[in-house]
Design a protein around this ligand. Structure first.
Ligand code: ADP
Ligand code: MG
Ligand code: ZN
Length: 558
């Protein structure tokens, strides 16, 4: 485009601009610059010929116009490349995540596992199966394919499996059930395939699947969707196990603390038909476990392991390991060279009820209420023939509870009687009643006692058949629904009439316990005051002091 005339300013956004003046001098400006005509020397604006060539591509304009599109496109590309990355990751997921333990330098052996002698023997047998399979084969004996390790949490299932890895001189593959169930559908099953493939190649070998309940739950029992993946994984395990022939020298060990929710197909003969049960340790087991965990720590001479074992009924192996560690931490914090009984005892309480809350301020009034409350528990327990001896009373807050009264059974118990339960209920009521008698006022401090008591009374009626009125039968089928966040659901298998009767019985049992406690506390009013007063000053009573508190004569009658 050519143009003649007077120009004041030309904004250049073209490729080039050429200006020719009258003398025929040609001025050219660079592209994409803003140029004022006045910048051109000797420019006579009359009769200037401006030659503007057709506009080039306006990159800036295009950029602005298409920016949104570009952004979207860029994002798409970004996502696409991410997805591709994930895909290749998914390929890796398919490969088994199982860790292979070499049997050369075992970190854990059977000697690290205490108290579980029977389980250890059973495990030893499995090791033998692997190494001398022929011997059994010749006699026509079927060697188990799968072994299920059962037991409550912290009883050493994982530990025992690790020990086997150390003891058996064969390759050991370990994977946890939850590792199977990850993100991508279809991967669990392929992982199983891969794992078994590897194990068979390296036979004789062991496969350990920890926490198998994560995949081995009853099929079709899930609430809502999303359990397909698990089912596929489980099915694949079953397929693989069925695929073993007599010459396949691979044994699978699985561990769970929820055998009740395992799919029955897993438990069928020819699969996990061997069970090894790990129980909570008894008093000797606890002694041994304590010794093992204390073996690498300096213990003072005053640590009485027998006494520790006595005080830790209901502790699992993991609790005991934790106890020893807590004691060591306490000793270190106190700049001690050795762990003494004081630290061990304090740690028992810590493990039982969480760390001592030093920072919490309790008013004198509160402390008084707590003192009477705990004294009430202790006194009722002391006076009843079938309750466990009181070991310690304290008004120091620990964990959730404000004060605590600790009773210890004289021996480990496997069955409990209705009389023991009744005395326990009365003891539970003792706290609340002491408050009521002394202050004529109810507090929230007893809420946990009441909850525990209600639960217990309810169990007596509906599960243990301890109610004379309702007779020896159970009511309601209880089920732990793991999918509903471990909530306990109850299937009512009785009508309203029975429901009312159950309520009445629970009320009657608790009412009776309440009366028992009231009788005792009223008859021992002075003693109650005495113990509470002692508690106010000492904060805690145990041992001889506690005995004296119960027995020393009071200047008065009772
Ligand atoms: P589980 O798998 O049964 O839940 P773990 O095997 O993980 O329990 O046990 C946790 C910890 O508790 C172990 O690492 C060990 O320190 C300790 N422990 C448990 N049982 C025993 C035991 N019988 N002997 C020694 N230590 C034990
Ligand atoms: Mg475990
Ligand atoms: Zn209480």
């Amino acid at each position: 485009m050519s143009q003649e005339g007077i120009i004041e300013e030309i904004v250049v956004d073209q490729e080039t601009l050429t200006v020719t003046d009258r003398e025929g001098n040609v001025y050219e400006t660079g592209k994409e610059t803003e140029v004022s005509i006045y910048d051109i020397p000797n420019l006579n604006l009359e009769g200037v010929t401006v030659d503007i060539r057709p506009a080039g591509i306006d990159w800036g304009g295009i950029l602005i116009r298409f920016l949104p599109l570009l952004l979207i496109g860029g994002l798409l590309i970004f996502f696409f490349s991410q997805a591709r990355g994930a895909q290749s990751q998914a390929m890796n997921f398919g490969r088994s995540k199982a860790r292979k333990f070499s049997a050369v330098k075992p970190s854990v052996t059977f000697s690290n596992v205490a108290g579980a002698d029977e389980a250890k023997e059973d495990m030893q047998e499995i090791v033998e199966f692997l190494s001398t399979r022929e011997k059994f084969h010749v006699l026509g004996a079927k060697v188990p394919k799968g072994v299920l390790l059962l037991g409550p949490p912290g009883t050493g299932k994982t530990l025992l499996a690790k020990a086997i890895a150390g003891e058996a001189k064969v390759p050991f593959f370990s994977i946890s059930g939850s590792e199977f169930v990850e993100m991508f559908v279809g991967v669990g099953a392929s992982r199983v395939r891969d794992l078994f493939e590897q194990a068979k190649l390296d036979a004789p070998s062991l496969i350990f699947i920890d926490e198998i309940d994560a995949i081995g739950r009853q099929r079709g029992a899930g609430v809502g969707g999303g359990h397909d993946e698990r089912e596929q994984t489980l099915n694949q395990i079953l397929v693989e196990m069925d695929g073993f022939d007599t010459s396949t020298n691979v044994i699978i060990i699985a561990a769970t603390n929820r055998p009740d929710i395992l799919d029955s197909a897993l438990l069928r003969p020819g699969r996990f038909d061997r069970r090894i049960i790990l129980d909570m340790p008894d008093i000797n087991g606890r002694k041994e476990i304590f010794k093992i965990h204390a073996s690498d720590k300096p213990l003072a001479k005053d640590v009485d392991i027998e006494a520790v074992a006595k005080q830790t009924t209901g502790f699992s192996g993991a609790d005991l390991a934790n106890l020893v560690n807590e004691a060591a931490i306490l000793a270190a914090r106190r700049d001690k060279k050795e762990i003494s009984m004081a630290e061990v005892e304090e740690s028992v309480d810590r493990v039982l009820a969480g760390p001592e809350k030093k920072s919490r301020r309790i008013s004198t009034r509160e402390k008084e209420i707590i003192a009477y409350h705990e004294a009430g528990h202790a006194l009722v327990a002391r006076m009843l023939p079938n309750s466990d001896p009181v070991h310690k009373i304290s008004v120091v807050a620990r964990g959730m509870s404000l004060g605590h009264t600790r009773q210890l059974p004289t021996e480990d118990r496997y069955i409990e009687t209705a009389s023991q339960y009744r005395d326990r209920l009365a003891t539970l009521m003792g706290g609340r009643l002491a408050e009521e008698i002394i202050f004529n006022e109810l507090s929230t401090g007893a809420s946990n006692d009441i909850k525990v008591a209600t639960n217990l009374a309810n169990k007596m009626v509906t599960q243990y058949g301890m109610s004379a009125k309702l007779g020896p039968r159970t009511f309601g089928e209880r089920q732990d629904m793991i999918f509903l966040g471990r909530e306990v659901t109850e299937n009512r298998d009785y009508g309203n009439r029975i429901a009312n009767a159950i309520d009445d019985e629970v009320n009657a049992i608790i009412g009776e316990a309440y009366e028992t406690a009231r009788r005792i506390l009223i008859a021992n009013h002075k003693r109650l005051m005495h113990i509470s007063n002692l508690l106010m000053t000492r904060e805690g009573l145990e041992g001889d002091e506690l005995d004296r508190a119960f027995n020393e004569p009071l200047n008065g009658k009772k």
